[in-house]
Design a protein around this ligand. Sequence first.
Ligand SMILES: NC(=O)c1ccc[n+]([C@@H]2O[C@H](COP(=O)([O-])OP(=O)(O)OC[C@H]3O[C@@H](n4cnc5c(N)ncnc54)[C@H](OP(=O)(O)O)[C@@H]3O)[C@@H](O)[C@H]2O)c1
Length: 330
Amino acid sequence: MRTYRLGKTGPEVSAIGLGCMGMSGMYGPSDRAESIATIHAALDAGVNLLDTGDFYGMGHNEMLIGEALKGRRREDAILSVKFGALRDPASGWNGIDARPAAVKNFLAYTLQRLGVDYIDIYRPARLDPSVPIEDTVGAIADMVKAGYVRHIGLSEVGADTIRRAAAVAPIVDLQIEYSLISRGIEEKILPATRELGISITAYGVLSRGLISGHWQKGQVAAGDFRTHSPRFQEGNIEQNLALVEKLREIAQAKSVSVAQIAIAWVAAKGEDIVPIIGARRRDRLTEALGSRAVDLSAEDFAAIERAVPKDAAAGGRYPEQMLKHMDSEK
Ligand SMILES: NC(=O)c1ccc[n+]([C@@H]2O[C@H](COP(=O)([O-])OP(=O)(O)OC[C@H]3O[C@@H](n4cnc5c(N)ncnc54)[C@H](OP(=O)(O)O)[C@@H]3O)[C@@H](O)[C@H]2O)c1
């Protein structure tokens, strides 16, 4: 698989990364054996970028990845880890802690759960409004100096925060939602990352399954993030699935799948944008990897963007209450 360097000084990562979040309950129940088989299949196919967060299943996701990596060479995986989100025993969310002491504490537990002695890319999941980004990035930079972290990344922050962070230490990538129906970064964030030589690792490329071509109205299970996601609610889902049907016509004409069109569109936006796909089953992974063979012509691009114009989605990408606190939305 083709690889790209993240940022100016970052690691070489595969053209598609694997997001492991869905393997730890965020999209309802998942199958542990199939999750591990999916991670193995990804590594065997040359996917080296594995994304996780210490709060995905309160450590469950890191322990799962740790198990999958047993017997593998450490250098075959580039581990991207988010920290900072606070959970409670009932799976609730309690804000963000990105104080320097918290950074070091979270990292110590993460290294144990993953069973490794360094993290490739370490990033705060969200900006902690009570801690200057310089302090959080400075603490990660200390961990780079100490050898526990190789590179520093960011997640869901806006252009001003990116600039402030990059003034403290090299930032290799910004992880942020980007898809045909979530194009907010094009206005200010992408110009800033491009100016600073920071890559984008794009998540939600399939809008959490909504534009995968497999989603059907009424599919959400209890405990699934999509129960609260505005785009999946009655009144919005109908309009959003109508967009998917327009994409399906384009996909069928090219003998590819809707998911492959959606992934190929993001991947073709630039070598500085690496899609992280949330497959948790081998068949989904195979489909996602098939997007590498999809060639989009200028006419295809125009047809796709006519089918799904910017801002065509009904409903925000997160519930209003969460969007209000996201630095990337300011
Ligand atoms: N930085 C952040 O704030 C942030 C936020 C969210 C996620 N992330 C990271 O980004 C990763 C990807 O994001 P995501 O999972 O939300 O988004 P996604 O890739 O847009 O959506 C994943 C969903 O799409 C479904 N799907 C349908 N067809 C698929 C196919 N061919 N290939 C892959 N998936 C297919 C999956 O299905 P099944 O249900 O069949 O498995 C899964 O439910 C996460 O795993 C996580 O590591 C980061």
